[in-house]
Design a protein. Structure first.
Length: 318
């Protein structure tokens, strides 16, 4: 099968598309024929070698943690999904780095799957799992409720897009940070207040917030704007012990725990039209395409999700 791999850690030039073996599935897994995947910041960080302490990967490594496609084989212990089902998922991270989603086929544990909503394309579905699950679970960790004030940093980014919408669904008042060029974009997603991070420090203009979702590493300012009893979570920085022990405030790091049940919650919101997917750009699964997709992600200025089309669907003329 065709897959994008790296043979060593480094810059985007390490990415190349080659032919490798199709993964075998275990009894609790399915084999998904991938139609699309997407790019997340963890992808280029992994490529650069910044996650070496977490994983014992063996080169060549196939990156990627979002998938949308069709099931072509099921393990003996899988009963809720069947061959032909259109699905999407954020698969488990392969401990040796061979089963990423930058590939034509990926083995996925059945409990990580959800059925793809019928009203979206495979490309749109691939833009959901990692970013959408992160937004959902971090808002849950922040204990966001109706009537609360929430700051979501980087509202125009992949996670921020979902976090704004999900926080509004919960009934919160949502402030976000974005560049002036993205002001209308995040406002249309539901943001009640937009702070241009080029012009203002959040601590200068915000106060008495119930929750802060940090995705930019602005830890001290985020903690400072919380009211007593408020909650802060970051997915982009390592907290100091002093920060974690801030008096009268809950300050923590967040990490995605992928599961199909939460993904099904997002699927329901997509199906009923209350959760919008924003695909910013689409690249082909070629050496040049995957390199360009990573380089776009590394600018930190992509609006919406960066998607990689793995295969052309039948409707598109395969």
């Amino acid at each position: 099968m065709k897959a994008a791999i790296i043979r060593q850690y480094g810059d985007s030039s390490q990415l190349e598309v080659i032919d490798i073996a199709v993964p075998a599935i275990k009894s609790d897994e399915v084999l998904v024929e991938n139609m699309a995947t997407s790019i997340n910041p963890i992808d280029y960080k992994a490529r650069q070698g910044l996650l070496q302490g977490m994983f014992q990967w063996q080169f060549p490594v196939v990156l990627g943690w979002d998938i949308a496609g069709k099931i072509i084989a099921v393990g003996d212990d899988v009963h809720d999904f069947h061959v032909g089902d259109a699905v999407f998922a954020r698969p488990d991270i392969d401990p040796i780095g061979k089963n990423g989603t930058y590939a034509e086929y990926t083995a996925v544990k059945a409990d990580k799957l959800a059925r793809k909503p019928d009203n979206i394309s495979f490309e749109a579905a691939a833009a959901v799992p990692l970013a959408g699950l992160t937004a959902l679970q971090m808002l849950r960790q922040l204990q966001v409720k109706a009537g609360q004030k929430v700051l979501i940093q980087a509202g125009a980014g992949g996670v921020g897009i979902y976090a704004i919408q999900l926080a509004k669904k919960l009934g919160a008042y949502v402030a976000t940070t974005a560049s002036q060029s993205n002001r209308d974009f995040v406002t249309n997603l539901g943001a009640d207040r937009v702070i241009d991070y080029h012009q203002k420090n959040i601590a200068e203009v915000l106060s008495d917030y119930d929750a802060v979702f940090d995705m930019v590493g602005d830890i001290d300012n985020g903690i400072a704007i919380l009211k007593p009893g408020g909650h802060f979570v970051t997915i982009s920085a390592t907290l100091t012990e002093s920060q974690k022990q801030t008096a009268n405030k809950t300050v923590s790091e967040g990490w995605l725990e992928t599961n199909g049940q939460d993904l099904a919650i997002l699927a329901d919101a997509i199906t009923d039209g209350t959760l919008e997917i924003v695909v910013g750009s689409v690249y082909p699964l070629t050496t040049d395409g995957i390199r360009a997709a990573h380089e776009r992600s590394e600018t930190h200025h992509a609006r919406g999700k960066i998607v990689v089309k793995v295969k052309v669907t039948e409707l598109e003329g395969e």
